[in-house]
Design a protein around this ligand. Sequence first.
Ligand code: ZN
Length: 150
Amino acid sequence: MKAMELFAFIGEGERPDQPQRVGLKQGLTAAGMIPLVVMDFDRHKLEREGLVAQMQTQANTFGKTIRLARFLYIEDVLVLEPKPNIPTVHVLVGGVPLCGFWPGVPADWPPGHIWIGLSERATPPPEGHVMCEKCDVAANLIESIGMPRQ
Ligand SMILES: [Zn+2]
């Protein structure tokens, strides 16, 4: 991965109950209230007069210092690599998977995901499929406490 630079406005929180808590500042942009972070090639967006004025007003109002910080990329953090798509069996209750992996109905699910009902869990998954661990945990919980009446 090519080296990249990330720029962000950071500063202390304004809330008196969270002293010394530093985080990303937000700013009102055409896209709404967003965290003020950009890649190097879009840095001019953070330095536009409107955003700098917003940050200055915030610094004056709350007496907190705000910095435009540059972060250098190093590959020393959590790395998420694509995993092979293993066909997975989910438990469907009320038309949705218990794990919540997808918000829509099964017809809208990505390929490789199938479902069973709560009562079908004793049957082993079809060849090449694995049981969704989150659905399994949730189904075990439901069976141990009993399904709430709807
Ligand atoms: Zn699942």
